[in-house]
Design a protein around this ligand. Structure first.
Ligand SMILES: [Ca+2]
Ligand SMILES: [Ca+2]
Length: 240
């Protein structure tokens, strides 16, 4: 049916009305039509499922919705704890300091691995570190048990150990002009190197070994031998 024919049937007014009410050919714009989405556009005419949304607690720019202290950590993600890296209970994940929550006492100890009293669980050094050698430099009570009676009868009930020429060198003064030289390593192992102590007219060969067992106890085995004497002694050292 042609326009001319329509004019003929319905008249000019009717066809004019039809022309003005016919929708114009609308441009289709694909995109996101959800107003709460980050990529919403009011120009979109057809939603193509491309809407993107912010992560929970964040806005579309990646900023926090709530960040009371302004540190970039959203309120919902804050972790309470001790934030002082020098504290025993330092929490590297903490983002909010709990007042008075840091503990500076429970992990005190000696943190020097070379010290005799090294405490592997200690995190804060309290200045208590002592080397095995320095612990040996003391006056000790001695209980001597010897296989023979001669040396056992000479040994005192107290000995003073002094420092030798080098670090770790020990000089054991057993009294009665008996001086014995030894060494101690960082773990407390004592070595009495083979030596001739020359006692009066005798030549007595001495060797031995031992261990610093604790800060206040040690055991030293000393072997005395000469033409006439063969005495193995165990010296148990304790607090004076
Ligand atoms: Ca925050
Ligand atoms: Ca915070």
């Amino acid at each position: 049916m042609t326009k001319n024919r329509l004019f003929q049937i319905f008249g000019f007014l009717i066809i004019s009305s039809l022309i003005t009410s016919t929708p114009a050919c609308k441009k289709i714009v694909l995109g996101c039509m959800d107003p709460v989405a980050c990529n919403y556009s009011d120009e979109v005419t057809e939603d193509n499922g491309s809407c993107t949304y912010p992560e929970e607690n964040f806005d579309c720019t990646g900023g926090c919705l709530n960040d009371q202290d302004g540190d970039g950590v959203c309120d919902e993600n804050e972790i309470l704890g001790c934030m002082d890296s020098l504290a025993c209970n330092f929490d590297p994940n903490a983002t909010d300091q709990i007042s008075n929550s840091c503990d500076y006492d429970s992990c005190l100890g000696c943190t020097d691995a070379n010290a005799f009293n090294y405490d592997s669980s200690a995190l804060i050094d309290d200045g208590s570190c002592q080397s095995a050698a320095s612990l040996m430099l003391n006056t000790w009570s001695v209980v001597a048990e010897c296989s023979g009676e001669f040396i056992g009868g000479l040994l005192p009930t107290e000995i003073t150990i002094t420092e030798g020429a080098n670090d770790g060198d020990l000089v054991l003064d057993l009294g009665t002009d008996i001086m014995i030289y030894g060494t101690i390593d960082i773990d407390g192992n004592i070595t009495i190197t083979n030596q001739d102590i020359g006692f009066d007219m005798f030549s007595i060969t001495v060797s031995g070994n031992g261990i610093l067992e604790s800060e206040t106890s040690a055991v030293i085995n000393v072997y005395f031998s000469s033409l006439l004497i063969n005495d193995d002694c165990v010296l148990t050292l304790g607090p004076r």
